[in-house]
Design a protein. Structure first.
Length: 408
């Protein structure tokens, strides 16, 4: 079984790498086209149907770009589509959700002090929330409210805040933030799959058939693309948040999430305004900094981290009853407790890394696989071996886990 644990760890690493690569590609192209669109200049010499143009320099050459607001007079011979970046980002993210949070639900997804549910029920709640989020968002965009840009944005913001609160009432803090990112990313990717791409296909089909495309398809696609633009940065924050317990594992985590969405708006407003050549609203950086300071304050007042599971899961029981466990327990308490404690004594730490605490036998047993991978089969922990863990002690951890795993 220990071979399975190693293979699983490398699989999650590979999927995470794929997710980051495709996310960079998607975000990069999205930001580029938004900046390009905002920087277009209308000039009298443009061909019929062209909305604007822009000259750019990069990589030792000049680029002359023109945009047709609806479509050119005829179908271009070569047309590049931008879609797979979005699709693969979502698919790899969902795969990572399955591998880490569904596969390790007892550790990462479910906090029985928050909501005592079985793994299948927790997974169903997760899946349902992602699907229902898109349906609700899409209905709002297609309703009369969808024609009011600011009204729609305000309603959508409060929906996101409500989801932030709701997720913290169901899952662990880490899983709540991850799901909030997945909830938002699902809306973004679904915008591409269900709205933007189909609308573009309609326009292409009209061109091929010699018909004049209806401008409404471009207007609708542009609205969804703009929404994606303002949601991107919060999604990145939530992707990174699982490494920082002060973000996800404090009493006011859902308020922190609400403020993150506001920071996404202020940051993108500066870039979008600058790209549109409408000035440089530097006040947005001051507001962003103040919001971040407020987040820092909320993360420590009061300092309340999410709780551990009320009981020891059967899957962890074998690690607590193993013959090597008493020695491993004493070893972990000696080498790891200065950081992995409710009140860390290591200078500069205000919370246990990743909210992993080793103050009881059940907590150590629940994290058996992580201890094995981080301190047994690798030297990742303790960081820089600051507590002087020996080769013999690492061998003990390895023997403990592998013996218990083989006996399961």
């Amino acid at each position: 079984m220990y071979e399975y644990a190693i293979a699983w760890e490398w699989l999650t690493f590979a999927v995470r790498w794929l997710h980051v690569i495709t996310a960079i590609a998607w975000i990069g192209s999205s930001f580029y086209f938004i900046a390009l669109d905002l920087g277009l200049v209308r000039r009298p010499h443009l061909p019929p149907g062209a909305y604007g143009e822009e000259w750019q320099v990069h990589g030792g050459g000049f680029y002359h770009i023109q945009k047709y607001l609806v479509a050119p007079a005829a179908m271009p011979e070569h047309l590049t589509w931008f879609k797979w970046e979005s699709y693969v980002t979502w698919l790899s993210g969902f795969a990572l959700l399955c591998l880490v949070y569904y596969g390790g639900a007892d550790l990462f997804l479910i906090d029985r002090n928050v909501l005592d549910v079985s793994t299948p029920v927790a997974i169903l709640i997760s899946l349902a929330s992602l699907g229902l989020g898109w349906v609700l968002y899409d209905l709002l965009c297609k309703s009369p409210l969808g024609k009011n840009t600011w009204g729609l944005m305000i309603v959508l913001y409060f929906i996101l805040v409500a989801m932030a609160w709701g997720y913290t009432q169901v899952f662990t803090g880490r899983a709540a933030f991850l799901h909030l990112g997945a909830f938002t990313a699902t809306i973004m990717s679904a915008n591409v799959f269900f709205i933007i791409m189909p609308n573009q296909r309609v326009v292409v089909a009209d061109l091929i058939a010699g018909r004049i495309p209806d401008p409404k398809y471009g207007v609708i696609a542009k609205q969804r693309s703009t929404h994606n633009n303002y949601l991107t940065l919060p999604v990145i924050f939530f992707m990174l948040s699982n490494h920082y317990p002060l973000a996800f594992a404090t009493a006011f985590n859902w308020i922190i999430a609400a403020l993150v969405f506001l920071m996404g708006v202020t940051i993108r407003h500066w870039f979008n305004t600058t790209h549109a050549r409408k000035g440089k609203p530097t006040w947005t950086w001051l507001v962003t900094a103040l919001l971040f300071v407020l987040i820092m304050w909320l993360s420590t007042v009061p300092k309340v981290l999410t709780g551990e599971s009320a009981g020891l899961a059967p899957s962890a029981q074998r690690f607590a009853s193993n013959d090597h466990f008493p020695a491993v327990r004493d070893l972990v308490s000696t080498r790891c407790s200065m950081c992995h404690a409710a009140e860390p004594v290591w200078e500069g730490l205000r919370a246990a890394p990743k909210d992993v605490i080793f103050e009881s036998e059940s907590q150590i047993a629940l994290h058996a696989r992580e201890i094995y991978l981080q301190a047994g089969r690798s030297h990742a922990m303790p960081p820089g071996n600051v507590t002087g863990m020996t080769k013999e002690e690492r061998a003990l951890i390895t023997a403990w886990f592998e013996t218990a795993a083989e006996g399961s």
